[in-house]
Write a protein that binds this ligand. Structure first.
Ligand SMILES: Cc1c2[nH]c(c1CCC(=O)O)Cc1[nH]c(c(CCC(=O)O)c1C)Cc1[nH]c(c(CCC(=O)O)c1C)Cc1[nH]c(c(C)c1CCC(=O)O)C2
Length: 345
């Protein structure tokens, strides 16, 4: 099959493929018994940084469900880790990092080592391009600068983002320097992923939605626009997916000003309304509620068909509005993929 013929790539390039291609955020995860079996073997960062393991974990959901997209097994926090910030994942708490809150903390980041540190990620992508079925599209990804900065400054997950908000207000110059470092290195790292075999890349902006409109323009839209421009100059044919989670009505402006090819929508977004707000050339991705997938039953089929059918005739990639929940029964995922592909129903 020619590279251009992969259904997901065609949809990301703006074609209304029917039925829409499907993959799921967090499709490689703890809801799969084969994933849990490998989880005992090594800690999370080791799993990300060992090509054999990262390749195997990426392939698991593709083997089981024939997903149209294979998203590299990795994490958005690998970038700060690759620049020297410590990172570990604690059970029940998530990521834990020594926070960056001063000029001195920032000075300890070492951009020079980033590309070398993520060499195993590129190796995993190279192997995946060989091992994946020819109809499957390989996706690379990164966090957006603002979302990654949230974790770096808070030192992990946060309920109120108090430290990053304080930094933005009290030391905007420091915050801007951190954002510049992240914008530059995110673009560089994604180009590296593309050169190693990623056929499309996605920018996860999980927390940009906490910002008021002007700050959203400055710290979400503008850095994303710069990353898109940088990547497009080097790789004009590689589609870019943006996920401005909780972006509300700002998502239309985000799609227009950043220049992304595809707009990934969260669970609360009204797909049909967003479809009216963005040009038909922008592919929409999403947005089934992961809770509906968890609970399954008739509601899963009804909701999945409803989203699929509401976008018929437009470029659409079926996905969830957020990641697969770890207690999701694996057979519900099979039902979802079958439902999307059964166009008689
Ligand atoms: C904010 C964010 C992170 N990571 C990511 C985001 C953006 C999307 C979102 O909003 O969820 C993105 C991400 N994280 C992971 C992937 C891999 C690809 C895939 O989607 O299958 C992707 C694309 C693996 C992972 N990333 C993580 C796991 C769980 C690690 C484990 O096996 O214990 C996986 C499979 C850990 C992680 N990583 C992160 C947190 C907050 C946590 C802890 C929560 C949790 O445990 O689910 C940061």
């Amino acid at each position: 099959m020619d590279r251009q013929d992969k259904p997901l790539l065609r949809a990301l390039r703006g074609e209304a493929v029917w039925p829409p291609p499907v993959w799921l955020m967090r499709q490689a995860g703890r809801y799969l018994p084969e994933f849990r079996a490998m989880r005992e073997q090594a800690d999370f960062i080791t799993r990300c940084m060992t090509p054999d393991i990262a390749v195997e974990l990426t392939l698991q959901p593709v083997r089981r469900y024939g997903m149209d997209g294979a998203i590299l097994f990795s994490d958005i926090l690998i970038l700060p880790w690759a620049m020297g910030q410590d990172l570990r994942f604690e059970e029940g708490r998530g990521p834990v990092m020594t926070p960056i809150r001063s000029e001195l903390d920032l000075a300890r980041l070492d951009e020079g080592r980033m590309m070398e540190a993520v060499a195993p990620v590129r190796e995993a992508l190279r192997r995946l391009r060989v091992e994946l079925p020819e109809e499957t599209t390989l996706l690379g990804f990164a966090g957006s600068p603002f979302t990654v900065a949230c974790y770096m400054v808070e030192g992990g997950s946060s309920r109120d983002f108090a430290h990053i908000r304080a930094m933005m207000q009290k030391d905007p110059a420091l915050f801007d320097r951190l954002m510049e470092i992240l914008t530059r290195n995110t673009a560089e790292m994604l180009c590296g992923q593309i050169e190693a075999g990623a056929e499309a890349v996605m920018l996860f902006d999980s927390w940009g939605g906490i910002l008021p409109p002007e700050a959203f323009r400055r710290h979400v839209i503008e850095p994303t626009r710069q990353i898109v421009a940088h990547i497009r100059a080097r790789h004009p044919d590689v589609p870019l997916i943006g996920f401005p989670r909780l972006g509300g009505v700002m998502v239309a402006e985000y799609a227009e000003k950043t220049g992304i090819n595809a707009l990934a929508l969260d669970t609360v977004a009204d797909m049909a309304k967003v479809a009216e707000m963005v040009p038909e050339t922008v592919t929409l991705q999403g947005n089934l509620d992961p809770m509906i997938l968890l609970n399954g039953g008739e509601a899963l089929k009804v909701e999945a068909r409803c989203i699929r059918d509401s976008l018929r005739g437009r470029p659409h990639v079926f996905n969830l509005g957020h990641g697969v929940i770890k207690t999701t029964p694996p057979e519900h995922v099979a039902t979802l993929v079958e439902t999307i592909r059964d166009v008689q129903s």
